[in-house]
Ligand binder design. Structure first.
Ligand code: NAP
Length: 305
């Protein structure tokens, strides 16, 4: 499919130039690495996008968000994670989907965060309305809130064909024990949890348990809310980064996360076209093996200790 001039500009100068000139650029050439969702076998690219800073107000900012999601879809990205508590992110995304027509190319994930069945149902219907979609790919119980009740509702909606997958989320080790208990007692398609080279706690029990229970994993906070960029500062990439096809720190951080055997997809938050392009670059080429994962850990530990 040809690229429009606007999309080429949105992809950033280097990638756009590669497409315009027909050069053998990474974007046009190598396919995105995908992993299967255990519950269905459906494959999704290993890097998605988080939208917790998507909001309306400034038209220039909203235009930037539209360009960011358009570029994400254009390069083959699928998983877009949002939540009703991320300001009016769902409304902004709904508007972008209407304007750009990219909904069918995406895998939309949102959340429910209410106590009680009635409040949960109302909140879920608000999400459908805000996103302007008939079907949501993944609905998750946000931070485990009233998980027993909300999972019951989500399963009804799944049976009715309005939701394709159900899951639970957390981003705090204070909830890991409760998360583990829910994972042991419930049948879940997905869990979402914080996991990054600078925050490896979920790797101890939750990630192995997800693999054992056949649950897909979305990894949130893969950059530690951006703190990992501050940790590396202006350090140059070590020579081993090239061995795993990484041209930026973002790609090192993301390849670390998605090379965990239990992680299905990382969802780095970004509001910028250049960063989407950078992040999707981590879903190309080969992923670190166990030895390289240890090298990345040791390097990161040595600069933060
Ligand atoms: N409990 C939960 O369910 C839960 C909790 C937290 C987060 N989440 C989900 O996880 C997503 C990710 O979390 P997060 O956004 O807070 O943290 P993050 O992904 O660890 O870091 C995001 C930060 O990194 C920057 N960034 C992104 N790509 C970059 C790149 N290539 N180079 C340099 N900087 C880059 C972003 O700024 P720019 O905008 O400038 O790119 C932003 O400041 C959220 O959007 C949300 O969907 C879920």
């Amino acid at each position: 499919m040809p690229y429009t001039r606007r999309e080429i500009l949105a992809l950033g100068a280097a990638a756009g130039a590669a497409i315009l000139t027909g050069a053998r650029g990474t974007l046009a050439q190598s396919p995105l690495v995908t992993k299967p969702i255990p519950a269905s076998g459906e494959r999704i690219p290993v890097v998605g996008v988080g939208t917790n800073r998507y909001r309306s107000g400034d038209p220039d900012y909203v235009a930037r968000l539209r360009d960011t999601l358009s570029a994400f879809a254009r390069v083959g990205g699928k998983v877009v994670d949002t939540a009703p508590s991320y300001s009016d992110s769902e409304d902004v995304i709904g508007g972008i989907l209407r304007e750009t027509g990219i909904r069918e190319r995406l895998f939309l994930a949102t959340k429910v965060d209410r106590e009680g069945a009635d409040a949960g149902r109302a909140r879920i219907e608000d999400s459908f309305r805000a996103l302007g979609v008939a079907r949501v790919d993944l609905f998750q119980v946000h931070n485990l809130r009233d998980a027993g009740t909300q999972l019951g509702t989500l399963r009804e909606l799944k049976a009715a064909g309005r939701i394709r997958y159900v899951g639970i989320t957390s981003s705090s080790d204070r909830q890991y024990e409760e998360m583990e208990a829910i994972m042991r007692r419930e049948t879940l398609d997905f869990i979402q949890v914080d996991y990054a080279v600078g925050n490896r706690g979920a790797g101890e029990r939750l990630l192995p348990l997800a693999a054992e229970r056949g649950m897909a994993v979305l990894a949130n906070l893969p950059f530690g809310r951006g703190t990992q960029f501050r940790a590396v500062g202006d350090r140059r990439l070590p020579p081993w980064a090239a061995e795993i096809g990484c041209a930026s720190w973002a790609q090192v951080f993301l390849k670390y996360v998605v090379s965990h055997p239990a992680v299905t997809c990382a969802i780095p938050g970004t509001t910028r076209v250049a960063h989407v392009e950078d992040n999707l670059g981590a879903a190309r080429g080969h992923l670190p093996d166990a030895g390289m994962r240890r090298t990345i850990e040791q390097f990161f530990d040595s600069i933060v200790d």
